[in-house]
Design a protein around this ligand. Structure first.
Ligand SMILES: *Cc1c(COP(=O)(O)O)cnc(C)c1O
Length: 258
């Protein structure tokens, strides 16, 4: 079997389902404990990042009640989302959160399955997504999906842009926010960030939380704060994350990088 075929296989074994159930429960426990430690009465939404894992895992996770899934590459996400939608009854279909760097020429494909895009990092991408949304709506390609696409701005928490993990520098956030706010088919829903490699996530997410606070003052619907991965979910929950994006702690170690 080629890799591409493997990724779109949808049948899962009872053993894999049981393994995922156990890991999922452990992650849910960590999220609940982190929320309690932070004195939060709400729980952040868990987005399970299925990148590099086959559609069969997404189907097993859906069977376990997971409804929010994340992907970071359009080439992988598009066929996987299609395979999952075909394999599952409508009520089990997950929402797909696009969380990776997106080339503007992939906007057209992404809006056919994405329920939200967390990684808007430049005004030109907002323009491309808006245009793609207009076309997709006209062509009836967003059946079952929202007519207005929730978008988050990815903020860089690394002052040294060269070594960054993507995102717009905070000083240029307003430019991207303006592009999203003036787009007809997009809605600015909040911010996303990845903690810089080797940095203290508590400090980094603290800065993110401040930036988010001032954005919400200007833009009250921008309430989402997407932060926290397997390594640093506790720090993100303490900083007020509304959405955590967990891959390896639910699915296991990934082959390759990213
Ligand atoms: C891969 C990825 C995640 C999940 O990372 P894990 O360390 O596997 O939990 C979260 N966010 C983004 C943007 C990612 O690319």
């Amino acid at each position: 079997m080629t890799d591409a075929q493997e990724l779109t296989e949808t049948g899962f074994s009872p053993a894999r389902r049981a393994e995922l159930a156990e890991r999922l429960e452990a992650v849910r426990g960590r999220i609940a404990a982190a929320a309690a430690d932070a004195g939060r009465s709400d729980l952040p939404e868990l987005i399970v990042v299925t990148k590099r894992f086959p559609a069969s895992d997404a189907c097993a996770l859906a069977d376990l009640g997971v409804r929010q899934m994340g992907e970071n590459r359009d080439q992988e996400a598009a066929p996987k989302a299609r395979a999952v939608a075909e394999a599952l009854p409508e009520g089990l279909r997950p929402s797909w959160h696009f969380i990776g760097q997106l080339q503007s020429n992939k906007a057209k494909s992404a809006v056919r399955y994405a329920d939200a895009v967390h990684s808007v990092d430049r005004a030109s991408l907002a323009t491309a997504l808006d245009k793609a949304m207009g076309r997709a709506l006209e062509a009836g390609e967003r059946e079952g999906l929202l007519p207005v696409l929730p978008c988050l701005i990815q903020v860089s928490l690394d002052p040294d842009a060269e070594s960054g993990r993507g995102g717009v520098q905070p000083a240029r956030l307003a430019e991207v926010a303006e592009a999203l706010r003036s787009a007809e088919h997009l809605e600015l829903r909040g911010l996303m960030a990845v903690a810089p490699l080797g940095a203290d996530p508590v400090e980094a997410f603290g800065r993110l939380s401040e930036i988010h606070g001032s954005l919400v003052t200007e833009c009250p619907q921008a309430t989402w704060l997407s932060a926290g991965m397997s390594q640093d979910l506790e720090a993100a929950v303490a900083a007020g994350a509304t959405h955590v994006r967990i891959g390896s702690d639910v699915l296991g170690p990934r082959a390759g990088v990213g």
